[in-house]
Design a binder for this molecule. Structure first.
Ligand code: COA
Length: 225
């Protein structure tokens, strides 16, 4: 594996990784990734091994890492600037009916005249994941779940319920560990909705994006160019 894989913040190789990331927009994604179209015309990215079947939409600059599966009979909607780690699994309408004599999908395999073999989650239509969400590796999100903007989902979590904006959720089933920021900072971030800014404005706001918002004393709106 190339040394980009061990690059981290503060690591000299981190600069290389950042340089590579910049090229995702200007020169296309690095080897192994493909560019996906989004509604606004700016790209999203997915590793070549990612499988997307059915109605899956990604917002600008979101990406999905290796060996993930996003599929099903209902929409999966992902906002902008969302990072999805490797081995992510999101599948809608995947629950076999279990109140009938057999959970086997006779209709699909043997062509028998029976009702649709999968049940729909009554909580909602598909899966909705907001913007600026970071999902760790090996996460599964159940149908009907809505993940709020800015949330973090820890590695190997199973998300069965809605996730609050800017909450950090971990475990099986995933539970709130803590919030990333204070209530007022979260309210400001949701109000700012930086993920909707034009790209030029995002690129101008290095100071804002590098500020530790757990330490800031004034309104975070003062940090924005
Ligand atoms: C969720 C996460 C960001 C939390 O990091 P953190 O704030 O530093 O959390 P800590 O390591 O201090 O752990 C706090 C508690 O949560 C638990 N915890 C952390 N991550 C967990 C997870 N994924 N599942 C279950 N419990 C977890 C810890 O065991 C600890 O529990 P304790 O207080 O009982 O000891 C991190 O653990 C994580 O999962 N990151 C994803 C990494 C990844 O998958 N990267 C690759 C894709 S980009």
């Amino acid at each position: 594996m190339g040394y980009e894989a061990r690059a981290g913040i503060g690591d000299p190789a981190g600069a290389v990784l950042q340089g590579t990331a910049m090229k995702w927009h200007t020169n296309g994604p690095p080897a192994g990734y493909r560019t996906l179209p989004t509604a606004c015309g700016e790209p999203a990215f997915a590793h070549e091994s990612v499988r997307m079947l059915g109605e899956v939409t990604l917002g600008r600059f979101s990406y999905v890492n290796q060996d993930s599966l996003l599929a099903g009979f209902l929409p999966i909607r992902i906002g902008a600037f969302t990072c999805i780690g490797p081995r992510f699994y999101a599948h809608t309408r995947e629950n076999h009916r279990i109140t009938i004599p057999s959970a086997y999908p006779f209709q699909l395999i043997l062509g028998m005249d029976l009702p649709f073999p999968y049940t729909r989650d009554p909580r909602g239509d598909g899966i909705n994941i907001g913007s600026d969400v970071w999902i760790g590796s090996h996460v599964k999100v159940a149908e009907g779940v809505c993940i709020g903007h800015g949330a973090v989902v820890g590695t190997y979590s199973l998300v069965t319920r809605d996730v609050e904006p800017y909450g950090i959720y971990v475990g099986v089933p995933a539970r709130l560990l803590r919030f990333r920021f204070s209530e007022s900072v979260i309210a400001d971030l949701l109000d700012i909705a930086w993920w909707q800014w034009p790209l030029e404005r995002i690129l101008q706001n290095v100071k804002f994006f590098s500020t530790d918002l757990q330490k800031v004393k004034t309104s975070i709106k003062n940090l924005i160019e």
